[in-house]
Design a protein around this ligand. Structure first.
Ligand SMILES: *[C@@H]1O[C@H](CO)[C@@H](O)[C@H](O)[C@H]1NC(C)=O
Ligand SMILES: *[C@@H]1O[C@H](CO)[C@@H](O)[C@H](O)[C@H]1NC(C)=O
Ligand SMILES: *[C@@H]1O[C@H](CO)[C@@H](O)[C@H](O)[C@H]1NC(C)=O
Ligand SMILES: *[C@@H]1O[C@H](CO)[C@@H](O)[C@H](O)[C@H]1NC(C)=O
Ligand SMILES: *[C@@H]1O[C@H](CO)[C@@H](O)[C@H](O)[C@H]1NC(C)=O
Ligand SMILES: *[C@@H]1O[C@H](CO)[C@@H](O)[C@H](O)[C@H]1NC(C)=O
Ligand SMILES: [Cu+2]
Length: 355
């Protein structure tokens, strides 16, 4: 028998490492933003601001990081070409699942946050175009602030995809992140320190078409993971965009930070959007847990079939033993996470649930 104190402190150590022993009897409960009481909203916001004041662990790898928050942006930039439109997107949702879990763990262990990572169920904010900017997520006090000022980009040639119905583009001017500094990006291989304001560029037009309840219901009807993943990631054009890109391009429009495929985690709302994507994957799995717990597939290379929008590429389908390398972001010695380790949010290294 081990003395209870030793067991308790051993447990504490593993929990701080973001790991959980096989047993997950007390999962943290991730809630929808508007379901949090105001004091819990403020606790989360303050923890994110605190993460923006903690030292970077990866400044020896990326020149542009100035704080722990930036480590997530840098790691995302570094991995973007490998984690989108590939079989482990869901691990993007799968990769993003482990990414988010580390973020949640840092808020708790580095910043004394006692809650869980909240999510944003955008279906509640898109009944009409006018509803969207009024989302509690964009509240100036108990949220992340609102849109940026309008910038007309119609004649700009450096915009990768012009978003219809865009209404912003400038720096946000309200809320707790009005003075935050986005330190890297935009675009690929952009690890140089490039401090700038946080920009948003809402497209209420796009969100009513990509983030509504029927889009979600259609994704959840997918018979297997392969099809589910296709429905969540969607295509690269506006008429094939679904809820993953709808959240990015609906908040970020043409030129807002979260629209940047690479540097989007510079936007704090990124983590609420991806938590909802993760929640929906878990929800889809639990509609038929025995057959979906281990259902995984999709190309090992981005933009290979069925995401071969730019032509065919050699690929193979990923499997449970496929390994994702987090390159120093994780607070564990081992930076390699197998897909198998993140299939169950209450097993392996994960221990949380969604309310
Ligand atoms: C944006 O600029 C274009 C010309 O470049 C103009 O045709 C259009 O009306 C402007 N849009 C708005 C909303 O001001
Ligand atoms: C894109 O082009 C516009 C207008 O030419 C310019 O104002 C803007 O700074 C450019 N943006 C980037 C990221 O290069
Ligand atoms: C942002 O900075 C300005 C100028 O320093 C300051 O007056 C304001 O209180 C700051 N706002 C927030 C939310 O930190
Ligand atoms: C939801 O989005 C789908 C796909 O864009 C669209 O066909 C449908 O009309 C939308 N539903 C509502 C109620 O807006
Ligand atoms: C994906 O699989 C293809 C075909 O087996 C292989 O050529 C390629 O190197 C793999 N890519 C990665 C990133 O593992
Ligand atoms: C990958 O899996 C899909 C769905 O099961 C299948 O259609 C496709 O042929 C597979 N690709 C390869 C290279 O095995
Ligand atoms: Cu994303």
């Amino acid at each position: 028998m081990y003395p209870p104190v030793a067991i308790a402190s051993a447990l504490l150590v593993v929990v701080q490492l973001g790991l959980v022993v096989c047993d997950c009897s007390n999962p943290v409960v991730r809630k929808e933003w508007r379901a949090l009481p105001n004091n819990e909203k403020l606790a989360y916001i303050n923890a994110v601001k605190c993460l923006q004041l903690q030292p970077s662990h990866l400044s020896h790898v990326y020149d542009g990081t100035r704080c722990r928050f930036d480590d997530f942006q840098a790691t995302h930039i570094s991995n973007t070409d490998y984690i989108h439109w590939v079989g482990f997107f869901q691990p993007v949702i799968r990769w993003h699942r482990a990414f988010l879990s580390q973020y949640e763990s840092d808020l708790r262990s580095l910043c004394g946050y006692e809650g869980a990572q909240p999510y944003w169920d955008w279906t509640l904010d898109v009944n009409t175009e006018a509803d969207f900017p009024k989302s509690p997520v964009f509240d100036p006090v108990y949220g992340f602030g609102g849109n940026g000022a309008y910038i007309n980009t119609t004649s700009w040639t450096n915009v990768s995809l012009h978003i219809p119905g865009k209404t912003g583009g400038g720096c946000i001017s309200t809320g707790p992140f009005v003075n935050m500094s986005v330190n890297m990006g935009p675009g690929s291989n952009s690890f140089t320190y490039n401090p700038r304001c946080l920009t948003r560029d809402f497209s209420p037009w796009l969100v009513t078409r990509t983030l509504n309840a029927s889009v979600v219901a259609w994704a959840l009807q997918a018979p297997d993971f392969y099809e589910f993943d296709r429905r969540v990631e969607g295509g690269v054009t506006l008429d094939t965009a679904t809820y993953h890109s709808g959240g990015h391009k609906g908040v970020g429009g043409d030129i807002g930070e979260i629209s940047d495929l690479y540097s989007s985690p510079g936007e704090p709302v990124f983590f609420l959007h991806h938590a909802n994507i993760d929640r929906l994957w878990d929800l889809w799995q639990r509609l038929d847990w025995p057959s979906r717990k281990y259902d995984i597939s999709g190309p090992n290379t981005s933009f290979a079939y069925p995401f071969n929008f730019y032509g065919d590429k050699p690929y193979r389908n990923i499997t449970l033993d496929y390994q994702m390398d987090f390159q120093g972001l994780l607070s564990t010695d081992n930076q390699i996470v197998a897909v198998d380790d993140v299939m169950d949010i209450q097993g392996g290294r994960l221990c949380y649930t969604y309310a």
